[in-house]
Design a binder for this molecule. Structure first.
Ligand SMILES: NC(=O)c1ccc[n+]([C@@H]2O[C@H](COP(=O)([O-])OP(=O)(O)OC[C@H]3O[C@@H](n4cnc5c(N)ncnc54)[C@H](O)[C@@H]3O)[C@@H](O)[C@H]2O)c1
Length: 441
């Protein structure tokens, strides 16, 4: 393929050299003449392992060159990758000025070019940038039609500086944000030499997941550093503890606890978060991330209450009151805390939980329920249908599979507010609102 790459920084140079090594013809474009001159003499403008050799070979065999002229690059290629910088602005948002500028240059050059062209955005951008910012510029200035003579893909880059050439060929996966079959096929062909699954999705999902990946990496580093700082301060080997922690691929290094849902609770998580934070504080160790966990969990509970309030119904059927399904443990249950708030706000509440029976509650479990909602028994009802008949909205904190099936089978259904995401795949059969996700997602 004949490819132009805009932005000869870390991402652009590595992509250019690797694609040239895959026998594509690549022309790099940058506004910095120094970078363009270096590339044209076969030298790398950035320091990266394995890159100098690839660039030298690419230039020597005529598959790699560079220019400062966007128009020339567009005229001689069929596909353009955009890899210009999107640095932080002072307020934390991303500076998209380089991206919009280069998009304008590409679009203006496309107006005078014959033949179809594909534009692939590789710069990291906030969700909705391709649809709301890039496409309008491209379509307006190029006077082309999307998916007829202009094809657009958002394709995030996962390379890490220091190992970027290896990462280019071995990414975790290739994410291709496009609504068009032809574009997906073309990009799959472009990355034929790249390992891993090629996954097609919307522009927005591709944009969002890239940012989430980086934020999650930052979160992991910060978690490890805060945890180690506390352990170290109290004389425990942080390295040994973390080595053991990392051996758990069932709950720690896995997809467990990473699906959006309701607030956490129960007899272990809240108390042990408090205990670790307190241990740090007692040793003078500041842990803003760990300290923020409870505030974040409270904000999520408040979000659920606000969603119910916005719905406007007074008669509420709440399904699930234990801290999770399959137990009668009410300690620090977010559902019980939500129920207590609803009662305080004078909602007419009925609750069903197939496991929880007030007379059977004992010890700390009974004491917690007493403290939070002393007349819980008044709101609990064994008969699921009575609760459902009562509610002009059904709020689902959690529901066992047979309860879910019962809801779906009922001829007469109330609107559903799904706090844990358990009913999202049935949203087409319900009047459905997710706590922080769209129906069907
Ligand atoms: N560096 C990484 O490890 C990495 C990894 C994945 C994704 N990303 C993302 O990729 C994007 C590029 O990152 P980078 O580190 O390669 O950036 P960089 O700052 O190293 O390079 C950007 C290049 O774009 C050039 N440029 C600016 N305007 C231009 C224009 N109008 N025409 C042509 N060139 C122009 C600049 O001169 C510069 O050489 C960013 O959005 C970044 O967040 C970076």
């Amino acid at each position: 393929m004949k490819i132009s790459i805009f932005g000869m920084g870390y991402v652009g140079c590595v992509s250019a050299a690797c694609l040239a090594a895959e026998n594509h013809h690549v022309i790099g474009v940058d506004t910095a003449t120094q970078k363009v001159d270096l590339l044209n003499t076969g030298l790398s403008p950035v320091i990266e392992a394995k890159l100098p050799d690839l660039i030298r070979r690419g230039v020597e065999n005529g598959r790699l060159s560079a220019t400062t002229h966007a128009r020339e690059a567009i005229e001689t290629t069929e596909l353009s990758l955009i890899a210009v910088g999107t640095p932080s602005r002072e307020d934390g948002s991303l500076e998209l000025g380089y991206l919009t500028q280069v998009t304008r240059e590409i679009a203006q050059a496309l107006r005078d070019k014959h033949g179809a062209h594909t534009v692939v955005i590789r710069s990291t951008v906030p969700p909705a940038t391709t649809e709301q910012l890039i496409l309008p510029i491209l379509l307006d200035l190029s006077a082309r039609t999307l998916n007829r003579d202009l094809f657009v893909c958002y394709n995030p880059e996962f390379l890490r500086e220091g190992s970027s050439v290896d990462d280019f060929f071995n990414p975790p996966f290739t994410i291709l944000g496009t609504d068009d079959d032809q574009t997906f096929q073309l990009l799959t062909q472009l990355y034929a030499g790249v390992q891993g699954e090629k996954i097609r999705c919307t522009y927005q999902a591709a944009e969002a997941m890239k940012t989430l990946c980086n934020v999650f990496h930052a979160l992991k580093i910060t978690f490890a550093n805060e945890a180690a700082s506390i352990l170290h301060a109290c004389g425990t080997s942080a390295m040994e503890a973390m080595t053991l922690f990392l051996k758990d691929h069932k709950l720690n290094l896995s997809s467990a606890y990473l699906r959006p849902g309701f607030a956490f609770g129960g007899s272990c998580l809240p108390k042990d978060v408090r205990a670790l934070v307190q241990l740090g504080t007692s040793h003078g160790v500041q842990t803003p991330l760990l300290e923020g966990i409870h505030a974040s969990n409270e904000a999520h509970l408040d979000r659920a209450l606000a969603l119910i309030e916005r719905h406007g119904a007074q008669k509420i059927a709440l399904l699930g009151i234990a801290f999770k399904p399959g137990t009668d443990d009410l300690r620090e249950s977010p559902a019980l805390r939500l129920a207590a708030q609803l009662v305080r706000h004078q909602y007419d509440l009925r609750i069903h939980d197939p496991i929880v029976r007030v007379p059977a509650l004992l010890g700390a479990n009974w004491a917690y329920a007493q403290r939070l909602l002393p007349d819980l028994a008044r709101f609990l009802e064994n008969d699921l249908d009575k609760v459902l008949d009562h509610g002009s909205v059904w709020v689902i904190a959690h529901a066992a599979p047979e309860v879910r099936q019962h809801l779906l089978n009922r001829p007469c259904k109330a609107p559903v507010i799904d706090l844990a995401g358990q009913l999202s795949r049935y949203s087409g059969q319900l009047s459905y609102t997710g706590l922080c996700w769209n129906p069907g997602s």
